[in-house]
Design a protein around this ligand. Structure first.
Ligand SMILES: [Zn+2]
Length: 493
């Protein structure tokens, strides 16, 4: 057989050249298998109206979880949930006010949520006069409020409204600033009379109140532990209350029951006989905000960026690791009920399906598909949130080698108003001392609205983020030594 020397030379040159490029740029081997088309196709499916906003505890979240498990299977992930499945089901406890709860003022019945909204639940049966204290700013602190039902007019002064979701947060801020001091002095109920800001926030706020509280066993909201209800009424009720001879009758009944949620867990075995018992964990969440108040003609809160963007980036990373497995095993956990208080990640970190000590790092992401294509960040980069200098250095190197994002450094500061480090699924793992970071492209005006949809995602940017997560993950999963947890790391808010 005749050997074509010219051809052989050409082939060896190509091999040598690609090997050199490979070594120089640290490009992980399956980078090209992360494709914009896949990200787009997956996100349009996962954030489709069919799943009705994937609200935690509903059939919609479970359906979306089943869809995810199908993708895991198609990609070739091994089941790593309970009983040889991709699923780890868990119970949430939900407390909410029953529909037969009643409120009336001066014997006039108020329609729950429309005329009166209960911001803080309590199992109470009250029939007592209301003590009117005037505007929140002018409360006479010498008045004895012990065992009294007090009414005050809300005021936004001194409350920072330059935050995300101001309409979701206003009532809580007003309560903390003006209501809580009265409760500490013994007030038995607080009635807030809505100001202009609260009137604007009414629909969003009562939508959240009526859903109630959710928690898992061991959490602070499993039982409603206050006996002091907080009730909001509209601005026009002021004239009835300011005469100071009005009476409140309230019969509030809390219903508590178990509600299902699920983590979707798959894995890819490592290739190294020893290191395969260790796991790199990729983290996202399934749930979004369901069907709610209409905004710009739509009622489905699709959660495409939050957090479909990360979920589909994980699927893309999974395809890459299937193509070229790493030395360590890789675990993919899409958590349930993140929006209800990081419940899925709190549950998984307490009931891990692999030995918790063998999880070497957590790469979590929350919202990675919006804003300028040149900038992004990860939280956990700076102390006191930074818990592993090794992991931070890997993520920084991966950025330099690949997407070269200009990294935001403001959002990881403890002084940042959003306190965002504490608001996503890496947190329960970080609290256990596992090296953890959270990728993000930060907030945008469509956050928690129906306009957080698949059409509004910046797909070339989402690909850059998926690349970055893969580059980091490849380093973590192949490093000779697992990233160390910084000595003395302690999370303080
Ligand atoms: Zn999220």
């Amino acid at each position: 057989m005749k050997v074509d020397m010219k051809k052989l030379f050409a082939i060896s040159l190509i091999i040598i050249t690609s090997f050199t490029i490979f070594a120089q740029t640290n490009t992980p081997p399956a980078l090209s298998s992360i494709k914009i088309e896949d990200l787009k196709k997956d996100l349009y499916a996962h954030a489709d109206g069919h799943f009705k906003g994937r609200s935690a505890g509903t059939l919609d979240e479970l359906k979306a979880a089943a869809w995810l498990a199908e993708q895991y299977k198609a990609i070739g992930l091994k089941p790593a949930g309970d009983d040889g499945t991709y699923f780890q089901f868990f119970n949430m406890w939900r407390n909410h006010l029953t529909d037969n709860s009643t409120i009336s003022i001066n014997n006039k019945p108020y329609t729950l949520w429309k005329d009166a909204a209960v911001a803080q639940m309590a199992n109470v049966n009250i029939n007592a006069p209301i003590l009117y204290l005037g505007n929140a700013l002018d409360i006479d602190t010498s008045i004895n409020v012990k065992d009294r039902l007090v009414a005050i007019v809300a005021d936004p002064k001194g409350i920072n409204m330059q935050v995300s979701l101001p309409t979701w947060r206003y009532s809580r801020s007003v309560y903390t600033k003006y209501g809580l001091p009265l409760v500490r002095k013994g007030a038995k109920a607080v009635i807030f009379i809505a100001d202009e800001t609260a009137e604007k926030a009414w629909e969003d706020a009562s939508e959240n109140f009526l859903r109630g509280n959710y928690d898992i066993d061991g959490g602070p909201n499993v039982n409603v532990n206050t006996t002091v209800p907080v009730i909001w009424v509209h601005a026009n009720v002021k004239k009835e209350l300011e005469t100071n001879n009005a009476t409140l009758k309230a019969n509030l009944i809390i219903s508590k029951y178990a509600y299902p949620s699920v983590n979707v867990v798959g894995k890819i075995d490592g290739t190294d006989a020893k290191l395969k018992s260790e796991y790199l964990l990729y983290s996202s969440h399934t749930d979004a905000h369901g069907v709610r108040n209409e905004i710009k003609g739509d009622t489905i809160y699709y959660g495409a960026d939050d957090n479909g963007s990360v979920t589909v980036a994980m699927l893309a990373n999974a395809r890459a690791f299937i193509k070229y497995p790493a030395k360590r095993s890789v675990l993919f956990v899409v958590h349930g009920a993140e929006e209800r208080g990081l419940l899925g990640s709190r549950y998984y970190s307490q009931h891990p399906t692999v030995p918790i000590k063998n999880i070497v790092a957590v790469l979590n992401g929350d919202m990675i598909g919006r804003n300028n294509i040149d900038s992004a960040t990860f939280l956990g980069m700076f102390s006191p949130h930074k818990n592993s200098t090794d992991l931070v250095n890997m993520a920084l190197a991966a950025n330099n080698e690949g997407p070269k994002f200009k990294l935001d450094t403001e959002w990881d500061k403890t002084t940042h108003v959003e306190g965002w480090y504490f608001r996503s699924d890496h947190l329960p793992y970080a609290r256990l001392g596992i090296p953890s970071i959270m990728y993000t492209t930060l907030l945008h005006p469509d956050y928690h609205t129906p306009q957080d949809n698949a059409e509004n995602i910046n797909y070339p940017k989402l690909k850059k983020m998926a690349d970055w997560m893969y580059r980091t993950g490849w380093k973590v999963a192949n490093a000779d030594k697992r990233p160390a947890t910084d000595i003395g790391f302690k999370l303080e808010r």
